[in-house]
Design a protein around this ligand. Structure first.
Ligand code: CS2
Ligand code: MG
Length: 402
């Protein structure tokens, strides 16, 4: 089963997506998401210039061998662009293997470990009252877990607060939007806001909060302690995770569960966090961390160390990545939670899919492969539009993590 063609499709049905489509000589097709928000064309060029030419003629059934060939063969290892490109190839080959076998990918991964994949949505508000309304809306839609974000008075463009409440798109301009940050204002406002949500919705609804890499370990420890009474499922990206041992300090001070990993591209970015049990949820994704094969490797290491999965699932990951994530989520023993931000109708029309949301859970469906297709005609109606993620500065003008 040789690969006959590998095409890169860039489309913008509301936001940019890069998709790799691999076709075998017998006409079986497989899809892989290759979207890296704000850097889409770098991955598209990596794939079309350097990867597609060496895929043609290779045996499509040799998934692990192809992964190793692309990873070790490039010499320049890791990094988000490389790992997103490899992920797209890996995912597309799993899709093909499933279609050839006539089985959904989760069956090839060992079969279902649960009936559905519990997901969380994003409730956010310009103030606490609007946040409470939005949490109620998500609860009424059937969600059992909700991420809560609120605008902090005095902070312009607070992270996680969106205009359209169902679809969150931070890459909102061709030149990065400028946001501001004040740790003092944030720490003095957010714990009470989350306390109000817990008080209003009772103990059962699972609540999460994303700090988006903005605190130092000791500041994050203060936040963690303040949030302990509200029983969060997780506190996400409390500090930038470049320094893995930085989490030790935070861990010594608080019992709030910690989740990190959406910006990681490999097991080497998180092995210390996992081995030392410095985190509770690893949030690597199928699209940015080397595909289904490498994500499984990370989650297997995590399973040994009491760490659960919590894959990133923002709107800037296409339905192809969402479907692939669901097959992995369904089949691993240490699944924790899956992020689920809905796509626009235009995106869903470009990527028709079999996964469905019911009573707070997603299920990938029973179609062979991933259960997602790419409508090329629809995709062609939405040309690429330059869009970058915001940057962030302190009140005195110093650059700070966004
Ligand atoms: C976020 C993302 O979903 C999340 O947890 O941190 O929205 C992130 O900001 C975007 O994926 C960046 O592209
Ligand atoms: Mg996040």
């Amino acid at each position: 089963m040789r690969i006959a063609q590998a095409e890169v499709v860039v489309t913008c049905p509301g936001r940019n997506f890069v998709t790799l489509k691999i076709t075998t000589e017998d006409g079986v097709t497989g899809l892989g998401d290759a979207t890296l928000n704000g850097r889409e064309l770098a991955v598209a060029a990596y794939l079309s210039e350097h990867v597609a030419p060496v895929l043609v003629g290779r045996d499509a059934s040799r998934i692990e061998d192809t992964w190793q060939y692309l990873f070790q063969g490039a010499y320049w290892r890791r990094g988000p662009v490389t790992m997103t490109a490899i992920a797209a190839v890996d995912t597309a080959l799993w899709d093909i293997k499933g279609k050839v076998a006539g089985l959904p990918v989760y069956q090839l991964l060992g079969g279902a470990c649960r009936d559905g994949v519990t997901v969380y949505g994003h409730a956010n508000g310009d103030d606490v009252d609007e946040l409470l309304e939005q949490v109620a809306r998500f609860r009424d839609l059937g969600y059992r877990a909700v991420r809560v974000q609120v605008a902090v008075p005095g902070i312009e463009h607070s992270y996680g607060v969106s205009r359209d409440k169902l679809f969150y798109e931070p890459a909102d301009a061709a030149s990065p939007t400028q946001a501001t940050w004040s740790t003092q204002r944030y720490l003095s406002f957010v714990p009470n806001a989350i306390g109000r949500v817990r008080e209003e919705f009772g103990p059962e609804l699972r609540l999460l909060h994303d700090v988006h890499h903005r605190l130092t370990p000791i500041e994050a420890a203060r936040l963690g302690k303040a949030l302990e009474p509200y029983g969060l499922t997780w506190l996400e990206d409390p500090v930038p995770a470049d320094l893995q041992e930085g989490f030790r300090l935070l861990r010594q001070h608080t019992t709030v569960p910690i989740a990190v990993g959406e910006v990681f591209s490999s097991i080497w970015d998180c092995h210390q966090l996992i081995r030392e049990q410095l985190i509770d949820y690893i949030r690597t994704t199928v699209v940015h961390a080397g595909g289904i094969s490498h994500l499984r490797r990370i989650f297997d290491l995590a399973a040994l160390h009491h760490v659960r999965s919590g894959s990133h699932g923002a709107t800037d990951l296409s339905p192809v990545a969402m479907a692939a994530a669901l097959h992995v989520d369904l089949s691993i023993p240490n699944f924790g939670l899956q992020e689920y931000m809905r796509h626009t109708d235009e995106t869903d029309a470009v990527f028709p899919h079999t996964y469905r949301f019911e009573e707070g859970c997603l299920h990938p469906g029973e179609a062979p492969g991933l259960g997602v297709e790419l409508d090329l005609e629809a995709a062609a109606r939405y040309p690429y539009r330059a869009a970058q993620l915001p940057t962030n500065r302190l009140e005195d003008g110093t650059v700070h993590p966004w």
